[in-house]
Design a protein around this ligand. Structure first.
Ligand code: NAD
Length: 286
């Protein structure tokens, strides 16, 4: 199918064979996944990884044109549905779409999220902006869990993932509103895990280090207006902690693949931090 087509179209040098065999697997054969915020960044990379491991993926995103382009780029095992995660009816519709197209929902990845560009101090906190961010970063995740569970409980199985952040694990790394939203995602995940385990459904979080996706670059531009995008990406890489490695969307997609697959069949209620050791270091060099 799609995966063998990918191979036959590839320019088969020794290194491309090595790369393809590293990327392609069967850990999600026959599985149906819905990923929010998958038009770009981490969600797109996870969609690619899931498809290369045998899944069919519904890409749900607020950016209709980009989402459609992403689905086309990822091939026949990807389809797009327009979805604003802050609207419960959109989430319900996306879940129903996945089930009507493919008959089941095995993996729900609540990944969509936004940053918050308002002043960074507590006394200046903009509570209207707070409500907007919480509506997407937290309420959107809660709605995703609710509607995925509606389908997964009768199935008696499923894996739910949520994207948190290292800013949800530690204070002082981002604007309060964003940090609060991401720590709440971990709380939501744990609360849901306590109930969903009775139904054979696992739920976990992933907390990435900073990756120069459009999301982070947009945020950094506010604080470093004179630096171009390449310079901003370099600043993130230079502040990474794991010698010889940088945090890339594929690292998060690999974590998502693990948690979504049967490799993690006894893992639930867990927040998997993917940060090269950053949150373990006492004296950060920022
Ligand atoms: P990104 O901007 O590339 O992707 C985010 C996607 O979410 C976009 O496609 C966007 O259109 C979509 N989106 C935004 N609002 C939406 C809404 N209301 N409904 C549906 N879709 C919506 O950024 P990314 O880095 O891939 O971000 C993905 C997740 O990772 C976010 O939850 C973010 O908070 C989290 N995160 C990112 C980093 C990082 O360094 N990039 C670090 C930690 C956590």
């Amino acid at each position: 199918g799609l995966r063998s087509n990918c191979i036959s179209r590839a320019f088969l040098t020794k290194s491309s064979i090595r790369n393809f065999s590293a990327q392609i697997g069967s850990k999600l054969d026959g599985k149906i996944a819905l990923i929010t915020g998958a038009a770009s960044g981490i969600g797109k990379e996870a969609a690619k990884k899931f498809i290369n491991n045998g899944a069919k993926v519904v890409i749900a995103d607020i950016q209709a044109q980009l989402g459609q382009e992403t689905a086309t780029e990822l091939g026949t095992h990807a389809s797009f549905i327009s979805c604003d995660v802050s609207k419960e009816s959109d989430i319900a519709h996306a879940v129903d779409y996945a089930v009507s197209q493919f008959g089941q929902l095995d993996i729900m990845f609540n990944n969509a999220g936004i940053a918050c560009h308002t002043p960074p101090t507590i006394v200046d906190l903009d509570l209207a902006a707070f409500d907007r961010v919480m509506a997407i970063n937290v309420r959107g995740v809660v709605a995703g869990i609710k509607h995925a569970s509606r389908v997964m409980i009768p199935q008696g199985r499923g894996s739910i993932l949520c994207t948190s952040s290292i800013t949800g694990v530690m204070g002082g790394l981002a604007q309060h509103t964003y940090s609060i939203s991401k720590s709440t995602v971990i709380g939501v995940m744990k609360s849901a895990a306590a109930e969903l385990c009775r139904h054979g459904i696992r739920i976990n979080c992933i907390s990435p280090f900073a990756i120069p996706t459009s999301f982070v670059i947009d945020e950094m531009r506010v604080y470093f207006p004179g630096v171009n995008d390449r310079g901003l990406a370099k600043m993130i890489h230079d502040n990474g902690v794991l010698k010889g490695a940088i945090c890339e969307p594929e690292d998060i997609a690999n974590a998502a693949l693990y948690l979504a697959s049967d490799d993690a069949k006894y893992v639930s209620g867990h927040n998997l931090v993917v940060d090269g050791g950053f949150t373990s270091i006492k004296n950060l060099h920022f």
